[in-house]
Design a protein around this ligand. Sequence first.
Ligand SMILES: Cc1ncc(COP(=O)(O)O)c(C=O)c1O
Length: 434
Amino acid sequence: MKTQEILEKQKRHLWPNHILYYSTPLPLEKGEGMYVWDVEGNKYLDFFAGILTTSVGHNNPTVNQHIQEQAGKLLHTSTLYPNEAHVTLAENLAEITPDGLDTFYFGATGTDADETAAILAQVYTGNTEIIALRHGYSGKSQMAMTLTGQASWRMGPVHIGYVRHAMTPYCYRCPLKMTYPSCGVACVDDLKDVIQTMTSGRIAALIAEPIQGVGGFITLPPEWLQAAVEITHQYGGVVIIDEVQTGFGRTGEHWWGHQHSDVTPDIMTMAKGIANGMPLSAVATTPEIAGSTVGAGLTISTFGGNPVSCAAANGTLAEMKEKWGPERSGEVGSHLRAGLERLQDKYPLIGDVRGRGLMQGVELVVDRASKEPAPKHANALLEASRKMGLLIGKGGLLGNSMRIAPPLIATKEDVDEALDKLDHALAQVQEMSL
Ligand SMILES: Cc1ncc(COP(=O)(O)O)c(C=O)c1O
């Protein structure tokens, strides 16, 4: 099928609120390593990795082999029957999760993981209220949409009464109009204030992403996260760190995004990059916290821990541990960051560059002094990059942040190619009066 036929069928049979990139959406047909091809045969350098998911590149032979071997034996069991791929994955993951977080629940989506983590926190603490962060994103169930801190991602009148939202340390647009680091992360006091004024004073959890993905790669300062962990514990809650986007070495140097802040979560969620695109998510916690579920109610998941998805994750982890680990992401990520900062020097449209490792965000503004957001330029940049043969992402409440996050296999040469394409695209967009 070619583009037009696919788009006609999409329009006829799929819900109209599916968000699609580009004025003419882009049906993809195949991928290989760092590249994808559309159904017309056009080739693109993929710097968004299917939303930070194809960790070890498209059509990865090791991952494919794991999938094919498992698919040839057994596609499905449900969690009623233990299977080797499932327990092997738990063992493999435990080698890289923070100390003590070696007990797992596997689900199928990030939404599933975040919702399960929130319920686990409630079961363990006996408290109900959960604090999430403004600009955060947790997924598409009722609870996950409520936890999400952006109106546009809440479909329908979603409101679960026990969720409260605290200020996010969005330093480029500081909610307190202060400047980091001289502010001393004063905004963390809002977390205490929200707990004291909007809850019973005994909370179940704080949920936070070390870098807010959908929020536009807003990067939490280490001191903020450290103080937030302390406050959460002080009020009886546990800390859920959502590593759905930041996990698996993406942020460089460490396997997990929160490790840049030297904190240890009580519960950690992960999905996206875990299985190179096969549907899988996980909640990691301590045996003590997991143990609190005994007697609280049974759990079952038809597709959780699916053997083929687990086999894909085992292949993905083997690849990452052997070849594409956090140190490498850190090194290639620094190269990417330096290149983006050079583009910032060249184009006033770029107001802010932020992120870590291979998770770099670029916020576009009409004018640097007023920081007026430039969402139309962001759309134009997405289109112009596509024309140059480069796929990047977009996000942020204001719709003006570009998300640049290639597969972890990206080389410095791939980064240079992407920067060159971005440079040409920015040159066109900078001149546009929109
Ligand atoms: C940080 C974070 N948590 C949770 C989710 C939900 O994951 P899923 O779309 O797999 O349900 C996402 C998805 O983008 C995410 O970015």
